[in-house]
Design a protein around this ligand. Structure first.
Ligand SMILES: [Zn+2]
Length: 463
């Protein structure tokens, strides 16, 4: 009898453990990885491959330090972490602005904001710009974009090179999925974007493709109440939202695996800016360029697994992103970009060699009156140089200096303790502001009232 009871207890124990394991697997939705092992040699041979696809996932408003793989203590991002774990993570990436349009213009062109000429509300990317999608299209890729943010609409010049630049129709929102920002003007969820992506893959899986997804649910604080783990403050809901988007992204990765495409797809994950939670007195983004709104992730997942996670520790920026990708793919580069390929640093990190000496400076910029057409520009520029970061306001001439090696949150201004560094970086900020756009600035885009309403509903103060 005892043994029978023991047997039955074991049975229940095993059953319970299996159920918990299944529940955990379901919760995290971690995928079986179908890829073979690879290393430096396979990375160098990517440029010779004629079967390689490119999936570029841009998560709007995603701070790097809220991802588990960037050291966050909460499990916000199991699927994104899995990309980084057997791929490459750039540990110190800076976005060029905290406002989507300005930042994305720099990301695509490899030019700093003053050089793109896209720093105010009605400005657009010049048709003279040679965009990555044009380069990929000319190299034989089918080029497809799925987006849900009005700041990167075709009227602002962002569709150059894309065969299809598609804004998906809002589908059914699961009952537990909730948008915290009540004014949120973007209907539907990122699940609609992923569903469109799956449709695209279904009809183009036998061709070579470049697929750009611009995910918006972190920006909109969309999350699933049933699986939310992290409380109810604004900051908690932001984390819940990252977890939701991570899960939606996981469903796309599973589809790519199921189609047998994973071992011929290079996956790139990046963000246009972060989000503030009162670190410098503000919440949200698009108002200044402190670290909380300009420190973003950059992750590469190859069509093969690396033996272990590779981390590029040097300072890199979003203007480096396309120079690096085009270099990896062996394609023609951007025209005279400010950014540069970080392939040398990447290869050194993969081989476990010391990083080659490189320029560690970077810039971020915002015109603080970008949305007010009747106000004069009010530029704020950040200059990163090694451990130091200067914040400079052009109109007042005021500045702050931080030592990020001991003060990652930029809380203690050391401009008085370090007058020489402060003066040197202020000079560089002024030189930067003296630059002129690379192209003749495009005529201002006339925004209709409905477009303005949509942008205001995203939470922006546009006049
Ligand atoms: Zn954005």
């Amino acid at each position: 009898m005892w043994s029978r009871l023991f047997a039955s207890r074991s049975f229940y124990l095993v059953a319970a453990v299996s159920m918990i394991a299944a529940a955990i697997a379901l919760q995290f939705e971690v995928r079986e990885d179908p890829r073979a092992l690879g290393g430096a040699e396979q990375i160098e041979r990517l440029r010779e491959r004629e079967d390689l696809n490119l999936l570029f996932v841009l998560i709007d408003t995603l701070r790097a330090d809220r991802l588990s793989c960037y050291g966050y203590e909460r499990a916000t991002s199991p699927n994104i972490d899995a990309l980084a774990t057997e791929g490459v993570r750039f540990a110190h990436q800076t976005s060029q602005s905290s406002w989507t349009k300005c930042s994305m213009a720099s990301l695509w062109t490899g030019l700093y904001p003053v050089s793109t000429g896209v720093t105010r509300s009605p400005q657009s990317v010049s048709l003279e710009a040679h965009m990555p999608a044009e380069i990929l299209r000319d190299a034989g890729f089918r080029t497809f974009a799925i987006w849900r943010n009005g700041w990167i609409s075709p009227s602002f010049g962002f569709s150059q090179g894309f065969e299809v630049y598609h804004s998906p129709r809002a589908g059914r929102v699961p009952p537990a999925v909730h948008r915290e920002k009540p004014t949120g003007g973007v209907s539907g969820t990122d699940q609609d974007t992923v569903n469109s992506a799956i449709e695209f893959l279904r009809s183009h899986e036998d061709e070579r493709w470049f697929l750009y997804l611009h995910l918006m649910d972190v920006h909109q604080y969309v999350y699933d109440k049933d699986t939310a783990l992290f409380g109810t403050s604004y900051s908690d809901i932001y984390d819940n939202s990252i977890r939701w988007v991570d899960r939606v992204l996981g469903s796309l990765l599973r589809d790519i695996d199921a189609r047998g495409l994973r071992d011929k797809t290079l996956i790139v994950l990046a963000a246009d800016h972060g989000e503030a939670f009162g670190e410098h007195g503000r919440e949200g983004h698009a108002r200044d360029v402190y670290g909380e709104v300009t420190t973003t992730p950059f992750i590469l997942s190859f069509p093969f697994r690396l033996k272990e996670s590779v981390v590029v520790e040097g300072a890199t920026e979003n203007v480096d992103l396309w120079p690096t990708l085009l270099d990896l793919l062996g394609l023609p580069g951007l025209e005279a970009p400010d950014g540069r390929s970080r392939l040398p640093e990447l290869m050194a990190a993969v081989r476990g060699e010391p990083a080659p000496p490189s320029d560690t400076s970077n810039f971020a910029y915002i015109d603080q009156s970008w949305g007010r057409s009747k106000q004069a520009p009010r530029p704020m520029v950040a200059v990163g140089d090694g451990r130091y970061r200067l914040l400079h306001r052009a109109v007042s001439g005021r500045g702050e200096l931080y030592d990020r090696s001991v003060d990652a949150l930029e809380a203690v201004d050391i401009s008085e303790e370090e007058p020489e560094i402060f003066a040197r970086l202020t000079e560089r900020a002024r030189d930067y502001l003296d630059r002129t756009p690379a192209w003749e600035v495009s005529p201002d885009v006339e925004l209709g009232e409905s477009e303005l309403e949509q942008l205001r509903a995203l939470g922006y103060d546009v006049q």
